[in-house]
Design a protein around this ligand. Structure first.
Ligand SMILES: [Zn+2]
Length: 434
């Protein structure tokens, strides 16, 4: 989302209020100003979607924390028995046609035809838990990336990444990755991030950067191309407790892209990494913290905004130069002290006025939407998503697509092949050049 107070506009990010609840979806400030209204709009939207989905096929999409199972149940020692007891009937009720579970040890064909008795005994518990999540009403078409406790004797604290892909036609593929090793490498320092990426975490926020946040920022920046890094290198990355936006939800706003007069910044909030405990992004064989996708989402906003940000910087520089000369000239006109301005100086002043005019024209040319979003809209045609959050706002959709393209390209290729092809062909960067 963005906020537009003439010189300031802000965008918040998608928002998985870590475990439950709809995202705090706020649209562009001048279109939708109040989050409570947006919240209502979201609820209405979901209600409409539920009605619509009865009559037409579900689309593929990438799921957020709404489809996360209740974390309290995931550590319950009786979880496996409970799942084995309830899954056969739940599969049948959901009308699931096929289920395959892929683990490092091999493929389990759980269900090959509707109505068969599912073969669940050899399936590891995390995959059973992911299968249960995949049977949720809203999971049709979804990819759900869960980080789950392994729940085996002697494996205290170990986790595995499990991805559930639910096809719109009722087939499910569960892919369980290997046990995630305890991180061997120490988290990076701020200086290391600066030297690796040319982008530094800023101390201007009210919160100190902790190793966990430095690690997430480092992982997100590592996924960018050098060209993308160049576009975001002017942006400040700051840690704040929470959004100061009066209309942002305290619980669901996890990060924010904002541009004031000339200074763009991405704010990362206290609740950004809460969902990392139970969700990941990327392939289950090499999972990334889920919050990496959220940081990339904000970077996507920054990329889409880069043309406008550059035009605004030029305008401010032009206005500032004009004002310096204008002050000098009006002082001389008032006092007539010192030398009169020369013809060359007056010409220079006129040039500066012209530069202000040109800069204003350029801002108008960039337009409210900007060249990146315009090109993205043209490239993807009628498709929507790739998440529920990006369904009905082209800018949020762009940010979500960009984040998936960098953090989980296979997911974007499956969900929105047109968007994947456009990003692969550098559509976002070539449109910035115009
Ligand atoms: Zn956003």
């Amino acid at each position: 989302m963005r906020k537009n107070n003439d010189s300031t506009w802000r965008r918040p990010v998608l928002a998985c209020s870590a475990v439950v609840g709809p995202p705090g979806c706020l649209g562009r400030g001048w279109r939708r100003r109040v989050s409570t209204v947006c919240g209502l709009r979201c609820v209405l939207f979901w209600a409409l979607l539920a009605l619509a989905s009865q009559g037409c096929a579900a689309r593929r999409y990438y799921a957020d924390a709404r489809l996360l199972p209740d974390p309290r149940t995931l550590r319950d020692p009786s979880l496996r028995d409970a799942l084995l007891a309830e899954l056969p009937q739940a599969l049948s009720q959901a009308g699931i046609k096929r289920v395959a579970v892929v683990t490092p040890d091999g493929v389990h064909r759980v269900l090959s035809a509707p109505g068969e008795t599912p073969e669940l005994q050899d399936v590891p518990t995390p995959s059973l838990a992911a299968l249960r999540a995949a049977l949720h009403d809203e999971a049709r078409g979804a990819e759900i990336d869960l980080l789950l406790p392994r729940l085996q004797p002697g494996d205290e604290g170990q986790r595995v990444a499990v991805s559930a892909q639910v096809e719109p036609n009722g087939s499910i593929v569960i892919t369980q990755g290997p046990v995630i090793p305890a991180s061997l490498s120490a988290p990076p320092t701020a200086d290391e991030i600066r030297s690796r990426h040319g982008i530094a975490p800023s101390d201007l926020g009210e919160v100190r950067w902790t190793p966990a946040y430095l690690a997430v920022l480092d992982r997100a920046l590592s996924l960018l191309s050098s060209e993308e890094k160049a576009f975001v290198s002017r942006i400040l990355f700051v840690r704040e407790h929470r959004s100061r936006e009066p209309d942002a939800s305290q619980f669901s706003t996890l990060a924010f892209y904002t541009r004031g007069a000339g200074a763009a910044r991405i704010e990362l909030y206290d609740n950004l990494i809460v969902a990392d405990r139970y969700m990941f992004v990327g392939p289950p064989q090499s999972p990334l913290p889920a919050s990496v996708r959220l940081v990339l989402h904000e970077i996507g906003h920054a990329l889409a905004d880069a043309s406008y940000a550059a035009a605004q910087r030029d305008l401010m520089a032009a206005v500032s130069e004009y004002q310096t000369d204008e002050n000098k000239l009006s002082k001389w006109i008032e006092t007539r002290e010192g030398d009169a301005p020369t013809v060359a100086e007056v010409d220079e002043f006129l040039d500066k006025i012209h530069r202000v005019e040109v800069s204003v024209h350029r801002i108008k040319h960039v337009g409210a939407e900007g060249p990146v979003i315009r090109a993205f809209r043209r490239a993807r045609g009628q498709s929507r998503g790739p998440t529920r959050y990006g369904e009905d706002d082209i800018e949020e959709s762009f940010a979500e697509c960009f984040a998936l393209f960098r953090a989980d390209p296979d997911a974007l290729r499956r969900i929105d092949p047109d968007a994947f092809a456009w990003f692969s062909a550098q559509g976002h960067l070539s449109s910035l050049a115009h």
